[in-house]
Design a protein around this ligand. Structure first.
Ligand code: GLP
Length: 261
């Protein structure tokens, strides 16, 4: 996995946005895998700016969100339907019929999950999957012990994740225990994965995922098997990486076209 250590979350978000924009410019009908959480906010803001100022066009783009809470009305402010619209989709020109978000209100959840996988396949697969990382190493809502071959399905959140996400709800009681998430196998099928992580609170998950053994106990470690995965982190999230100075040196000495400047 390529590890890129940026000065701060702002420059990391901008770099990630440039990588996503390159994919969209090369392939106007690109399929984007979208993540929620506070981490990708700068990336979305930078893409919105590029749409406004540089006419970055999303009119042929298709999007698939990673996950959604089960049983939460889509209009709830903490639903990932609300989140992705407010923070990204309401500000760019992805046609509504090309936007896909798991249906946490489906009567038949296994059928909805199978349909979601089929829709990803019908769209030609995900070109670039944007990812954050949970403090416990989860990607999407694939909690520790998730099968590394998993597909879209219902999952139960750990108490740690419910506690971490309580800030978006009225206290921990309000955080649903169940979610729909695309699987680790689904994520691994994406042609490129971009994992972002910022802040001291992510340092342990980052070192385990990037430099530890590949294990279902750290779902993000599966990305070590991905042929085109990049982790874009800030200094605080990188501060436990054994090879941090090697990653820094490597990136600084790349030709500028490889640095996506
Ligand atoms: C949630 C999401 C993940 C996200 C994680 C980290 O659990 N399902 O996709 O990566 O939160 O969130 P944050 O970026 O707010 O730290």
């Amino acid at each position: 996995m390529e590890v890129i250590i940026c000065d701060d979350a702002g420059s990391a978000g901008l770099l990630a946005a440039r990588l996503v924009a390159e994919v969209v410019r090369d392939k106007p009908g690109a399929v984007l895998g979208l993540a929620t959480g506070s981490t990708p906010l700068g990336l979305y803001q930078a893409l919105i700016e590029m749409h406004r100022r540089e006419a970055l066009d999303f009119s042929r783009v298709t999007t698939f969100n990673l996950d959604e809470y089960v049983g939460l009305p889509v209009e709830h402010p903490a639903s990932y339907h609300s989140f992705i619209r407010i923070n990204f989709l309401d500000h760019v020109n992805v046609p509504p019929e090309r936007i896909h978000i798991p249906d946490g209100l489906a009567d038949d959840i296994p059928a909805a999950c199978r349909r979601y996988e089929a829709e990803i396949a019908a769209a030609g697969g995900i070109d670039v999957q944007i990812l954050g990382i949970g403090a416990d190493g989860h990607i999407g809502f694939n909690e520790p012990s998730s099968s590394l071959a998993s597909r879209t399905r219902i999952k139960t959140l750990t108490e740690e994740t419910r506690g971490d996400n309580a800030r978006f709800f009225d206290g921990a009681v309000g955080v649903p225990s169940h979610v729909i998430t695309i699987g680790i196998g689904t994520i691994m099928d994406a042609r490129m994965c971009l994992l972002l992580a910022f802040g001291e609170g992510k340092a342990e998950a980052v070192v385990k995922a990037m430099e530890g053994p590949v294990t279902s106990m750290v779902p993000a470690s599966a990305l070590q098997f991905h042929p085109n995965a990049k982790a874009i982190v800030d200094g605080a999230a990188a501060n436990r990486l054994q090879l941090a100075s090697y990653y820094r040196w490597t990136y600084e000495h790349k030709p500028s076209w490889q640095r996506h400047e």
